[in-house]
Every structure is written in C-alpha cells, then in structure tokens.
Ligand binder design. Sequence first.
Ligand SMILES: [Zn+2]
Length: 150
Amino acid sequence: MSEHKLQVEAINRGTVIDHIPKGNGIKIVHRIQKLSPHVRLTVGLNLPSKDMGQKDLVKVDDWLFSEQQAYELALFAPDATINVIDNYEVVNKYKMSLPDTLEGVVPCPNSNCISHNEPVQSRFKVFPRGEHVSLQCHYCERTFNDSLFT
Ligand SMILES: [Zn+2]
C-alpha cells in the first residue's frame, strides 16, 4: 500500500489538501475554520514527502470548497494537491492554482493603506515565489510576503 493511500483513506467523504508547504498547514486550518467554523479537520504536520522533504496535510470531513475558497487557500499552498474523497475513494484530484489577482480575500497588511479607509475590496496582484507567494497591493503598491497574511 502506498504512503499516499495511507494518508488519504481515513475519511469517508470530504477533501484532503496535500503537499502544503511545511509550516503552512496551520494557516490553512485557520482559513478553513473562518470559512466553515464547525467543520471537522484532521491535520498532519511535518509529514515525510518525496518531493518536498516535509509537508503538511489537512483532511476536511464532509466539505468541498468553492473556487473562491480554493483561491484563498492557494495563497498558503500554491502547489497543493486537492483530493476529493467519496466513499473512501479519491474521485477527483487536482492542483491548487493561484489566481492572477486576489480581491476581497485578505486585508492589506499596510495599516496606512487607503483600502482600509475607503469602501473598497482589497485587491492584490499575485506573484508566485516557489512554494510561497508575494502579493502587491493595488492601492498602496507595496509588495508583501505571504508570511504577513494569516
Ligand atoms: Zn495596500
């Protein structure tokens, strides 16, 4: 039995987010809890990974997310794999993908940014940086590392 199978087969129905950069699993959990506070989660941190050395993994019971929600999660796991599980089988599997822009997902970390004082949605240009992401604010034009977003 493969390592991968062992890690995903424990839930009956739901979503397994695999290949999350080590350390970002907790951020993914916080995001999911904001989107869906009562969902049941199982988290694996610092699991061995052939490609990544170590990785985090999050299993979510009975929950499938929308495209917008996937974008929010992609901020913290741009190369993660989504496994959709039904009746203990992987019925769909795809890679998380980063959008070119993020709107209204996370606030600008710059407290002086005009986006905090105007009735506008936050808006960022997205720049992938390997396992991480930089975001450039449309309003203050500052660029932020993903570690500034929680
Ligand atoms: Zn800004």
